[in-house]
Design a binder for this molecule. Structure first.
Ligand code: CP
Length: 315
């Protein structure tokens, strides 16, 4: 594996899931792998889970870790041929090149602007790091994908599934702010590669990009989708049209106990952070059906499996 920015960078995603589960049993088995190696994490946007789990994953493998938070202060230029006499002080060519002098792996988080769909879906920041870094790049969430989250989600489904091919539902849920599509896009991609029956449900007007939906069945009735589900994965995303501008939704799409009762004693999943009693009711989130904490816990082993592969631990 040369980089980790989507499921398509992984030859055999199911094996990566198995490696993450194996690391959960023996997290310190490969501490020699990272000796004298350095992982640099670059955050253009805030993080709790991704930052802590990836830092710990690198340390469990014996790596040095450096984390750069560059939310507002660092104005990078991404365009080629620009006369840089404005607000941008450093070009991505030098920035990624310099960081590659200090790191064996670069990991990057960058959210979309949610103003211009074509610009966001070009995934400029992540692709520029991949292009100009001379070391492997890991996505810590890009404008359009969150592959480490999805890998941890698959690991969690693998741990909790009660049948060989569970029914997994990705449902849109309400949120007071406009959010990216990255988690949902990625979840679709990874679940399309997993041994599950995947269903996508959302209100009309909240269609995801067909490039991510592919052949996944779509239901506009949340109740219909929940019937017989083994896992319900809730996530808000803002519409593609008008891009990034939430539209009124007539029904209440919050995940409630009454809706979960329509599932096959299904589990509730969410990537966190979650808005209580907006996305999901307390009764669901605080129940034994909720997997949100095991999911967050598995972020560690997902990140460790990825770093291990990039360090050459497993082909
Ligand atoms: N789920 C997730 O990526 O959480 P953070 O934004 O806290 O990293």
């Amino acid at each position: 594996m040369k980089k980790f920015t989507s499921v398509y960078d992984v030859d055999d995603p199911a094996s990566l899931v198995a490696e993450a589960l194996a690391l959960k049993k023996t997290p310190f088995a490969n501490q020699a792998l990272g000796r004298n190696k350095t992982v640099i994490l670059v955050f253009f946007n805030p993080s709790l889970r991704t930052r802590l789990s990836t830092e710990l994953a690198a340390k469990n493998l014996g790596c040095n870790v450096m984390t750069l938070n560059v939310a507002d202060g660092w104005k990078l230029e991404f365009a080629d041929g620009t006369v840089m006499n404005g607000g941008t002080a450093e070009h991505i060519r030098e920035a990624a090149g310099v960081m590659s002098q200090y790191a064996d792996i670069l990991a990057v988080r960058s959210f979309p602007g949610l103003e211009d769909k074509d610009k966001d879906y070009a995934d400029e920041v992540m692709n520029a790091f991949v292009k100009y870094a001379s070391v492997p790049v890991v996505s810590l969430e890009s404008a359009i994908r969150h592959p480490l989250q999805s890998l941890a989600d698959w690991v969690t489904i693998e741990e909790y599934k009660k049948q060989i091919r569970p029914k997994v539902v990705l449902t849109w849920a309400p949120h007071p702010r406009a959010l990216p599509q990255a988690v949902s896009n990625s979840f679709l991609e990874w679940m399309q590669a997993a041994p599950v029956d995947l269903v996508l449900t959302h209100p009309e007007g909240y269609e995801l990009d067909p490039a991510f939906v592919k052949n996944t069945p779509v239901a506009y009735s949340q109740k219909e989708a929940f019937a017989g589900a083994d896992f319900v994965y809730a996530k808000n995303w803002s519409p593609l049209t008008p891009y990034g501008k939430p539209q009124p939704v007539a029904e209440n799409w919050q995940v409630t106990k009454e809706k979960m009762d329509m599932t096959d004693n299904g589990y509730f999943m969410h990537c966190l952070p979650v808005r209580r009693n907006v996305v999901v009711s307390d009764a669901v989130l605080d129940s034994s059906q909720s997997l949100v904490l095991p999911q967050a816990g598995n972020r560690l082993y997902a990140a460790q499996a990825v770093l291990q592969r990039l360090l050459g631990g497993v082909d």
